[in-house]
Design a protein around this ligand. Structure first.
Ligand code: ZN
Length: 269
């Protein structure tokens, strides 16, 4: 499943194709949406943005297309519609003079008035997005004081989109490693400096993962990443049995909250 960095990189790719162009063709497989395609067709695309793992395409005229790929949804990009492969039809096709984007498999797709987007159930539950330039460590620390998070373990919280939107399974292991925190700790047991380490890692690790997808050139509007290192590689994820990069033990694999988690009991306390 794509995590925040992959979804944001996908939003950049869609933006290159769509933003400031008019949609020349829109097609949904869902008959209800297909009847409403005129809300999008011939409209100019204002923005494509990622929020958590959802993609939002806003058009002039006040409508926004919501798409969440879930486990199996994926996009294809082609120059024109004839180049789309035969076989299972896409659930959604968006075309401009620059090219065609098609979404496949089993995503959630819906159309919202842009000013009512806050009522979309997935978006309404999202916590601060770790890749949103407006989110800083202070905002995360304030959000950590939400009472319902207090007794939950970090292993559970770091997969909860309501705690930190855009987080996911590989990021969970890497954030906890950078913060030197055990996945078994409960949030309420963290000291102030440990919370600060967690907040900083929640921002730094996903941003490096995202930044590394763009080599040197940052996409427009991503200047906030200018001082983020462009290198990203797994330090612990899928490294079971390897020596810890900090040299104080071996990486272990746990199943926590149903997903694989990798960590070092030597340095993650
Ligand atoms: Zn270690």
């Amino acid at each position: 499943m794509p995590e925040g960095p992959e979804t944001h990189a996908l939003a950049d790719r869609l933006a290159t194709l769509l933003v400031d162009e008019r949609l020349t063709h829109v097609r949904f497989i869902d008959p209800g949406l297909q009847r409403r395609r005129a809300l999008l067709e011939r409209q100019r695309v204002l923005a494509v943005e990622a929020r958590g793992k959802a993609l939002l395409t806003a058009v002039a005229g006040g409508w926004t297309l919501y798409a969440h790929s879930h486990l199996f949804g994926f996009w294809r990009f082609v120059d024109d519609q004839d180049a789309l492969p035969d076989g299972a039809p896409p659930r959604l096709v968006l075309a401009t003079v620059r090219g065609v984007a098609a979404l496949y498999a089993a995503p959630s797709i819906s159309l919202w008035r842009t000013d009512e987007l806050g009522a979309q159930p997935y978006l309404a539950k999202l916590g601060p997005d770790v890749l949103d330039p407006a989110v800083d460590a202070r905002a995360l620390l304030a959000h950590m004081r939400t009472p319902r998070f207090a007794r939950r373990t970090l292993a559970v919280l770091l997969l909860d989109q309501g705690f930190a939107a855009g987080m996911g399974n590989y990021l969970r292991s890497e954030v906890l490693f950078q913060a030197k925190l055990s996945p078994h700790r409960a949030l309420e047991d963290l000291a102030t400096n440990e919370r600060r380490r967690l907040a900083n890692a929640l921002l730094d690790v996903p941003r490096r993962a995202y930044r590394a997808k763009h080599d040197d050139a940052l996409p427009p509007g991503k200047d906030y990443l200018a001082r983020t290192r462009a290198q990203f590689g797994f330090e612990v994820f899928e490294r079971k049995g390897d020596p810890c990069p900090r040299g104080d033990g071996r990486i272990v694999e746990d199943r926590l909250a149903g997903r694989r988690l990798y960590w070092c009991p030597g340095c993650q306390q």
